[in-house]
Design a protein around this ligand. Structure first.
Ligand SMILES: [Zn+2]
Length: 266
């Protein structure tokens, strides 16, 4: 189900996925916290048929995916689970410190829904504890914001991590899914091709960053003006966040040095 507002203009509202088995129904992600959205989600679940909701699995802590979880738990009694690395942000930012997560999701965890199963894949990078959910019987992976057809993925410094992100894309390549269902926009019908494209895009961005730094020390703003020339002002903060995430990877790898606000090749 796709319910709620666009995270920013022109970017589709979040997807949540209802997976119905013979014995259990599970919800992957919960959308925004919003009364109108909530009522629509409860109505959708009531019409989905199958067993009552058994669990709400959160792929990551962002408000367009985890915001509606607490209200849905109250309405359905289904426990909410997430990866331990995103737990604290969900409890403090999404639940306002007034509620806790009911259980952890770790890589290798499985859920048997009767005729269908869910497998938890740890795919960090978009956030520290970002998960994908695999349904082996269908060859399907729910990839949330890690793999989308409509856009590349926002990686914000410190919570997001570029090296982890690329490793997660490579890990998803080994799953050989037939279809991927993202957190925004329609399904990905050629997962292998899309993953390859996304990995190449990151390598290309990294090369652009190295090329820009080869001309001498640069600030993030200076790098943004070169790498993202002509970008509308409203998108500057996100572009600078992406560049900072790229710089942090190169610093971790010992290839870049930070000097106050300036970055240079080491
Ligand atoms: Zn997100």
């Amino acid at each position: 189900m796709t319910i709620g507002r666009e995270p920013f203009s022109g970017f589709p509202p979040p997807n949540a996925y209802v997976v119905v088995g013979n014995d259990a129904t599970m919800l992957i992600d919960a959308g925004w916290e919003n009364k109108t959205d909530h009522d629509a989600k409860v109505a959708f679940l009531a019409n989905a048929g199958g067993p009552p909701l058994t669990e709400i699995l959160l792929t990551h802590h962002h408000p367009d995916h985890a915001g509606g979880a607490l209200a849905l738990r109250q309405a359905t009694g289904a426990p909410v689970t997430a990866h331990p690395l995103d737990r604290e942000k969900i409890e403090s930012e999404r639940f306002g410190g007034k509620a806790t997560i009911d259980g952890d999701l770790n890589t290798g965890d499985t859920r048997d829904l009767g005729g269908l199963s869910l497998q938890v894949l740890f795919t960090p990078g978009h956030t520290s504890g970002c998960l994908s959910i695999y349904i082996p019987e269908r060859g399907v992976v729910m990839t949330t914001d890690t793999v989308m057809q409509i856009s590349t993925t926002a990686l914000r410094p410190r919570d997001g991590n570029l090296a982890d992100y690329v490793k997660s894309l490579e890990y998803l390549q080994t799953i050989n899914a037939k279809t991927m269902y993202p957190g925004h926009g329609g399904p990905i019908n050629n997962p292998g091709g899309r993953l390859k494209q996304l990995i190449e895009h990151r390598h290309q961005r990294e090369q652009e960053l190295r090329d820009a730094l080869a001309d001498g020390p640069q600030t993030v703003k200076g790098l943004r003006e070169r790498v993202y020339a002509g970008l509308p002002e409203v998108r500057h903060p996100l572009a600078e966040a992406q560049l900072t995430t790229g710089l942090l990877k190169l610093i971790d790898e010992g290839d870049v040095r930070e000097d106050g606000e300036r970055y240079s090749l080491a």
